[in-house]
Design a protein around this ligand. Structure first.
Ligand code: NAP
Ligand code: G4F
Length: 383
């Protein structure tokens, strides 16, 4: 008999990678998607099966983390072996604009799922994974951060996730549930949402290189993040639920990098160096040099002449609109427990992650502008 999993947030970055991973392992995967006026399943369209097909291994249900009745009905119908709660309003900056909604979806939403499992008498059958986050460490109390490091959340998002973390621990202890937290540090991929800083950068660089965008405006370039690849991190989620005992795990690479260095490394991926000038809100980066061989190979010869004309021009600026009222300046995780107990370690390092994201965004932008590799020049196309 195939195991049955329910993934909330299946249309998001992690949901898509996890669904693919579980289907490959022979699971029947159910996912909750929100009703939207536009299609919102782009990340899982390759897994989609027509509802008229028998024995589907991917089944989608309309639902929302703010709707208890809906969540309870879906869990009652599916009777899942494993629930992965990945649904959340996951953008830290946006949580300052929508704090109440964030608390409802990201905090109380976790309770709704746990309570549904309890009320449906599924506590012995259904294992529960909560998508906890390194944002819980916020104003860090210890370097590096591990499972025993005290939390100090710094945003409405992180405070909501703090509730989610502790209610998961509480249901484990109170009702003997197999309920665990994965405290995941930042993980990225070509499927990352376009407004998170890594994807914002790789997408903008592809567009700038092809003449589709002049410059990119960012916020705090000095913050440091421990970045891994989402593909590696969903393996950890699954492994956590396969353990005999539930527990909480830090998942991280153990290496931290500034946003500024991520930017430099991403431009370097297409053979471009930057000339940084100024400080704080006046910091700026100009186009310094182009390694033509690398640029031609990674972006395409058709774009070179146009881009070369921009040497000395500004490519990066600071816009304080992207600053947060309270910032998380440094995250670096110690995943020793996961390495020891789950035998988990990441396959991607940061350069490999950046290469994957840059390659994807260059391909995507070529498709968007209907330009074929080595085809028309950008100027010819837009003239
Ligand atoms: P994501 O790409 O933003 O995906 C979030 C998912 O949640 C989407 O499917 C979204 O649906 C869904 N969602 C949002 N609000 C919902 C609601 N009220 N009801 C139902 N579904 C809702 O996030 P991600 O990067 O995959 O992250 C997955 C989870 O891990 C999140 O809980 C996040 O907070 C947590 N996390 C992420 C990281 C990271 O670095 N990526 C690190 C630690 C923890 P739509 O597609 O309709 O928007
Ligand atoms: O990419 P970010 O928006 O991710 P952040 O805030 O670290 O949150 C992500 O990781 C968490 C895990 O630690 C998850 F729980 C959460 O759901 C989300 O996936 O910002 C990273 C850093 C911040 O310090 C931010 O101030 O980049 C800085 N930054 C600088 N300029 C920017 C920008 N962030 C964004 N989004 N946009 C900018 O222009």
């Amino acid at each position: 008999m195939s195991k049955v999993a329910l993934i909330t947030g299946i249309t998001g970055q992690d949901g898509a990678y996890l669904a693919e991973y579980l289907i490959k392992k022979g699971y029947i995967v159910h996912g909750i998607k929100r009703r939207s006026s536009l299609f919102n399943t782009e990340r899982i369209d390759h897994l989609y099966q027509d509802p008229h097909i028998e024995n589907r291994n991917l089944i989608l249900h309309y639902g929302d983390m703010t709707d208890s009745l809906n969540l309870t009905r879906i869990i009652g119908e599916i009777q899942p072996d494993e629930v992965y709660n990945l649904a959340a309003m996951s953008h830290v900056k946006v949580s300052f604009d929508s704090p109440e909604y964030t608390a409802n979806a990201d905090g109380i939403g976790v309770l709704r799922l746990l309570e549904a499992i309890r009320l449906l008498n599924l506590t012995k059958k259904t294992r529960f994974y909560q998508a906890s986050t390194s944002e819980l460490y916020g104003l860090v109390q210890e370097i590096p951060q591990k499972e025993t490091t005290p939390f100090y959340p710094r945003s409405p998002y992180a405070v909501a996730k703090l509730y989610g973390y502790w209610i998961t621990v509480n249901y484990r202890e109170a009702y003997d549930m197999h309920a665990s937290n994965g405290i995941l540090f930042n993980h990225e991929s070509p499927l990352r949402g376009e407004t998170f800083v890594t994807r914002k950068i790789t997408r903008a660089i592809a567009r700038i290189a092809m003449g589709m965008q002049q410059k990119i405006f960012l916020g705090n370039l000095s913050a440091k993040r421990d970045w891994g690849h989402a593909k590696d991190y969903v393996r950890a989620m699954h492994a956590i639920l396969q353990q005999d005992e539930p527990s909480d795990y830090v998942i991280a690479t153990g290496i931290t990098t500034t946003i500024r260095d991520f930017l430099i490394m991403s431009f370097a991926e297409i053979g471009v160096t930057l000339d940084f000038q100024g400080e704080g809100v006046n910091e700026t980066a100009l186009l310094n040099n182009i390694d033509e061989k690398v640029f031609n190979k990674k972006v395409g010869e058709a774009f070179l002449a146009n881009f070369k004309q921009r040497i000395g021009e500004q490519l990066v600026g600071i816009d304080p609109v992207y600053f947060r009222p309270t910032e998380v300046e440094l995250l670096i995780g110690d995943a020793t427990k996961a390495q020891t107990r789950l035998n988990w370690k990441p396959e991607y390092d940061l350069p490999a992650l950046i290469e994957d994201m840059m390659q994807y965004d260059i391909k995507l932008m070529k498709r968007e502008s209907y330009l074929k590799d080595g085809g028309y020049s950008v100027l010819n196309y837009f003239e």
